[in-house]
Design a protein around this ligand. Structure first.
Ligand SMILES: NC(=O)c1ccc[n+]([C@@H]2O[C@H](COP(=O)([O-])OP(=O)(O)OC[C@H]3O[C@@H](n4cnc5c(N)ncnc54)[C@H](OP(=O)(O)O)[C@@H]3O)[C@@H](O)[C@H]2O)c1
Length: 240
């Protein structure tokens, strides 16, 4: 799928990777980018339409879906990461509310438009979906759940012509990783790699040097094989 001429919605579009995704989408010649943010946003490019969208608000999700007439690509990028040690239920609830239920709610609301356009869903998950960093375990749990959601949606929506991509992002230099003194990719390079992955039809996108080093092992590994095997049940049932 080429990004050129498409209509794209990015959640969490005001900073970090989301902001870089808006810039990259514009550079690739999109027709329109809906920039979903919790606060008001002003953008100099006429092709950007700011959209008030707290992904934990059913009312804002509904209003956003009513405002948009057509959509080719939904990028579920909004996310929150908290330091915790799993002693407080609140950290788990907040992480799940944004990273899992936010992704689910926005996806369900825009599914009719994405089905009509035979579009794509891109979930910015995290490599922590595969292995937690126990400094942010609630975050990792929510991302593992969001990744599993992505895998099921991929199988369930294949018959409707909607492609579903997971982005297994590694350390990226944004507010989220402030204070972590580790090698980080730039948000701009991650945004480029995400849209490259969509254009190349990669269902799991590894958008930075750290995660690219495990991409091949993941794609040829036992877990991926099981995902495909399990997904075939859905296709076989639909055919029957
Ligand atoms: N940075 C990394 O190393 C890394 C690695 C793996 C995955 N990721 C994922 O990449 C995505 C973007 O992260 P980032 O690094 O760009 O982080 P960031 O700079 O902290 O940006 C997070 C974005 O999400 C938005 N957001 C948070 N809660 C929201 C809500 N309830 N509704 C709507 N928007 C909300 C924030 O909006 P406000 O400005 O209003 O708070 C902000 O725009 C996240 O899903 C994150 O988990 C990041």
């Amino acid at each position: 799928m080429s990004i050129y001429g498409k209509t794209v919605l990015v959640t969490g579009a005001n900073r970090g990777i989301g902001q870089a995704l808006v810039t990259e989408a514009l550079a690739r010649g999109v027709q329109r980018v809906y920039a979903g943010t919790r606060r008001s946003l002003v953008h100099s490019d006429q092709r950007v339409t700011p959209l008030r969208l707290d992904v934990t608000s059913d009312a804002q999700i509904r209003a956003a879906a009513e405002e948009i007439g057509s959509l080719d690509i939904l990028v579920n990028n909004a996310g929150v990461a908290l330091y915790d040690d799993l002693t407080e239920r609140a950290a788990l609830e907040q992480s799940l509310a944004v990273n899992l239920f936010g992704t689910w709610g926005v996806t369900q609301a825009f599914l009719p438009l994405l089905t009509r356009s035979a579009g794509a869903i891109v979930n910015n998950v995290s490599v922590m979906a595969l292995a937690p960093l126990p400094l942010t375990p609630a975050y990792a749990i929510s991302k593992a759940a969001a990744f599993n959601l992505t895998q099921s949606l991929r199988a369930l929506l294949a018959g409707r012509g909607v492609r579903v991509h997971a982005v297994l992002t590694g350390p990226t230099d944004t507010d989220m990783t402030r204070g972590f003194e580790i090698p980080k990719a730039s948000p701009e390079s991650v945004a480029r790699a995400i849209f490259d992955g969509v254009e190349n039809g990669e269902e799991d996108i590894f958008p930075d040097p750290m995660t690219q080093s495990i991409a091949e092992a993941w794609r040829t590994g036992v877990v991926k094989a099981m995902e495909r095997q399990n997904a075939a049940f859905v296709t076989d049932r639909a055919a029957a």
